[in-house]
Design a protein around this ligand. Structure first.
Ligand SMILES: Cc1cc2nc3c(=O)[nH]c(=O)nc-3n(C[C@H](O)[C@H](O)[C@H](O)COP(=O)(O)OP(=O)(O)OC[C@H]3O[C@@H](n4cnc5c(N)ncnc54)[C@H](O)[C@@H]3O)c2cc1C
Length: 281
């Protein structure tokens, strides 16, 4: 469900052109479930994805929801694009069961440990294999890598405008307008198409896949692309192609019990002293 007060792209009825169908690509990532323990592998300090349950990143469910709303308003097609291990097909099927039409899955052992810039270049190549893309919708930040940079980097590689951290999106098929909430206020950003948009958790409430949707998703086409199929050289991705390396990692120290202040009349002073010692005062 979308909060739709933001539609200034509307033209007076006598000038309304038929809605232009749109080809929307949604970038989805499979991430470790935030409720399962996430740890880094001792071998290469990358995320140990096997040891945790994996889910479709929730922010990507919202990106899918936004794409489906645009398709319902404009007509057209929604293609899911995912770069990930074999088991990322579960996340892809979830997006298809919500209503997306088809998917492209870039897979390959060599992708292990790929950094954010190389991820962006690889995804840009995959987007290039999808015909006539009008709009790319991504999440503003993945819950595992959390760089929040991939959508902007993809726009840079494609040479397209980027409209990031959107809490509202409106398009009429020839331009797109987003509303971004910042500490300084609400910004309205607009550009022509094609473009890359990233959405925040305030954008919508994702629909739950219906039983019919789950069954239909099993038959929807998923094209599995190897690095060679996508024209990606293995030396450009993975740990081999990474510009930055995690060279050391240590588990987060267990949370300490905290400081207990017993109030025998001076409790307030005790709290103030603690806050001062933590430089919070
Ligand atoms: C703990 C940790 C630390 C890391 N530190 C760094 C680092 O300092 N520098 C660095 O370059 N890399 C780093 N990485 C690697 C980086 O996380 C990966 O390259 C990742 O694939 C892309 O970055 P992100 O998850 O931060 O993406 P974000 O930019 O946070 O993702 C935003 C959106 O982009 C899209 N997207 C991102 N990845 C994919 C994908 N694989 N398939 C489809 N869509 C996708 C999704 O829509 C997602 O919601 C780190 C990874 C981990 C796990």
């Amino acid at each position: 469900m979308r909060n739709d007060s933001f539609t200034q792209l509307e033209k007076p009825s006598h000038q309304k052109a038929p809605p232009k169908v749109m080809n929307v690509v949604v970038l989805v990532k499979q991430v470790p479930d935030t409720y399962s323990e996430r740890k880094l592998s001792a071998a290469d300090h990358t995320l140990d994805r096997e040891s945790a349950d994996a889910v479709l990143d929730e922010i990507n469910e919202r990106a899918v929801e936004e794409a489906l709303s645009i398709k319902e308003a404009q007509g057209g097609e929604v293609t899911v694009v995912c770069m990930g291990p074999d088991r990322a097909t579960d996340a892809i099927r979830k997006a298809l069961s919500m209503g997306a039409d088809k998917a492209v899955h870039l897979f390959g052992e060599a992708l292990h440990g790929t950094d954010a810039p190389a991820t962006a270049k690889a995804l840009a190549k995959v987007i290039g294999t999808v015909e006539g893309v009008d709009l790319v919708i991504a999440g503003n930040e993945a819950t595992d890598g959390r760089s929040g940079a991939v959508p902007a980097m993809i726009a840079e590689v494609l040479g397209w405008p980027q409209l990031t951290f959107a809490r509202k999106v409106a398009t009429d098929g020839s331009s797109v307008k987003v509303e971004r909430e910042t500490d300084a206020g609400i910004l309205t950003v607009e550009s022509g198409l094609p473009a890359v948009v990233s959405v925040t958790e305030k954008i919508n409430e994702p629909r739950y896949p219906s039983f019919k949707g789950i069954m239909a998703a099993k038959k929807k086409p998923v094209s599995a692309l190897s690095l060679a199929d996508a024209g990606i050289d293995a030396s450009e991705v993975g740990l081999a192609g990474a510009g930055s390396q995690v060279v050391a990692s240590a588990p987060k120290p267990p949370k300490s019990g905290g400081v207990k202040v017993t109030d025998e009349g001076e409790g307030g002073v005790g709290v103030a002293e603690f806050l001062a010692s933590e430089k919070l005062l």
